[in-house]
Design a protein around this ligand. Structure first.
Ligand code: PLP
Length: 455
């Protein structure tokens, strides 16, 4: 079991001493002061990388998980439908309580959470669903799965979130659902979306797959809309490899979602109910194994959420002083971001390097980072998805042409895809000094921008 990265290791690591070796598996290096500072030569030009192993294994194996998982394994209670251990039931209860939501339905992925939500809301062929283009493909696929039409609207360049005004403007007589995404785990403008949903009498489904325990005006993300959909895929802030959950306060909808995810079988009924409504059902159940891995993290998650918030806000302060580095803005109603991603933009003119050069230089400093989502043309993607003869009966060519014209060219989305840089949530765990390393590396790169650009 020596390959595991446990909570004990994590606590030792984040204490500071021995951090380099625990996090990276390499021996800590002793650096001379000049090498290890902002003033040293950038790593991309042959200098010593500023990061000597500060970040960060994920997932963290909490101590609580192992024995509990073995109990499930040895007992044969693997299936929630007849388990005497009731692990999926217990997870639903605890997750609902932690989020102050009335109901939780555990599912096998975030994609399933979205599909089951839309199924229970009876979203289907011809219906339009307003959503953000700046998202993981699963958001779009969950709409296409129902033969409904995703309507991507532009993003707010400052927050990276779906632009609420653009969403309102894009509504048509066919609009049946609002599907904002809390991208990076930071809230979309929920005041605006709740107002639009109310005024237009539309259900509001929050794609909170990245937003575990983020908060809007003190309430947890995923609990303000009609439903909130979460992912527990391995990179997410709460993970069991693959898994998901739906939160809702609506009793009827909760039962309907349960049936949708359980082949028409309700939570309490012994029999199958074929008469619950106009939506389809399948098997999207969570296993007792997945639920057990999640339950073992419940004590730790709040602490991690706080650590991410403290580190990210501290990093915001450090990066604000560097010209051309523009962190994503949080809306006023944000009480806490989940910081699934720490996102910022690089302004080439102000910084002195373009985004690609910046990323290469930062990676050379051994700071892991990525350029994030690409500027996919989702209407063209929908057109190709619906290219079959059957689908083209619902959506003739003209539908896509009209939609493309209505939605427009999404200039902010395209610009964002060309300028964004992401850090992952696990980099926001650990000591504050990890944030200083990031800022120092970026400052070092900027000081030498002209030389790096020439090289
Ligand atoms: C991860 C993710 C999903 C899908 O979740 P899976 O568990 O991978 O199916 C959907 N939307 C967003 C924004 C995500 O980040």
């Amino acid at each position: 079991m020596s390959h595991q990265f446990s909570r004990r290791d994590f606590m030792a690591a984040s204490g500071g001493i021995g951090l380099a070796s625990v996090f990276s598996g390499m021996a800590p290096m002793i650096l001379s002061a000049s090498e290890a500072t902002v003033d040293g030569k950038p790593a991309i030009l042959g200098g010593t990388p500023l990061n000597q192993g500060a970040y960060s294994h994920w997932p963290i194996v909490e101590d609580e998980i192992e024995a509990s998982l073995l109990e499930v394994l040895k007992s044969g209670n693997w299936f929630r439908g007849d388990s005497r251990l009731h692990r999926a039931d217990q997870f639903e209860k605890e997750y609902a309580e932690m989020n102050k939501s009335k109901h939780c339905i555990a599912v096998n992925s975030g994609t399933s959470a979205l599909i089951a939500s839309l199924a229970a809301l009876e979203i289907g062929p011809g219906d339009e669903v307003i959503t953000s283009p700046y998202t993981f493909i699963a958001t779009i696929n969950s709409v296409l799965y129902h033969y409904a039409m995703p309507v991507p609207v532009d993003v707010d360049l400052e927050s990276f979130q779906i632009d609420a005004k653009a969403a309102d403007k894009a509504c048509s007589a066919n609009t049946r659902c609002l599907l904002p995404v809390h991208i990076g785990g930071s809230p979309a403008d929920l005041d605006a979306f709740l107002e639009i949903a109310k005024r237009r009498d539309l259900p509001l489904v929050e794609d909170a797959c990245q937003a575990h325990f983020g908060r809007w005006r003190g309430k947890n993300l995923g609990t303000l809309g009609t439903t909130g959909c979460f992912s527990m895929q391995v990179t997410k802030n709460l993970s069991c490899g693959d898994g998901g959950a739906i939160l809702t306060d609506d009793d009827n909808l909760a039962e309907k979602i349960y049936k949708c995810h359980n082949n028409c079988r309700g939570r309490s009924s012994d029999s199958f109910d074929f008469t619950y409504g106009a939506s389809r059902a399948m098997n999207q159940r969570m296993t007792e194994f997945q639920a057990t891995v999640l339950l073992g993290q419940m004590k730790a998650v709040e602490g991690y959420a706080e650590t991410r918030q403290e580190n990210a806000m501290y990093l915001n302060g450090l990066l604000a002083e560097i010209p051309g580095v523009i962190p994503a803005k949080l809306y006023d109603g944000t009480t806490r971001s989940a910081w699934h991603l720490y996102m910022f933009r690089i302004d080439k003119e102000q910084f002195g390097l373009d985004r690609g050069q910046f990323i290469d230089a930062l990676r050379a400093e051994r700071i892991p980072c990525s350029s994030g989502y690409g500027a996919v043309d989702w209407i063209d993607f929908a057109r190709k998805t619906y290219a079959s003869q059957a689908a083209s009966r619902i959506y003739p060519k003209k539908v896509f042409d009209d939609l493309a014209e209505r939605v427009g060219t999404l200039p902010n989305f395209k610009r964002l895809c060309g300028e964004a840089v992401w850090f992952t949530q696990n980099m926001m765990l650990g000591p504050k000094s990890n944030m200083d390393i990031i800022a120092d590396a970026i400052r070092r790169i900027q000081k030498n921008a002209a030389d790096i650009a020439k090289a």
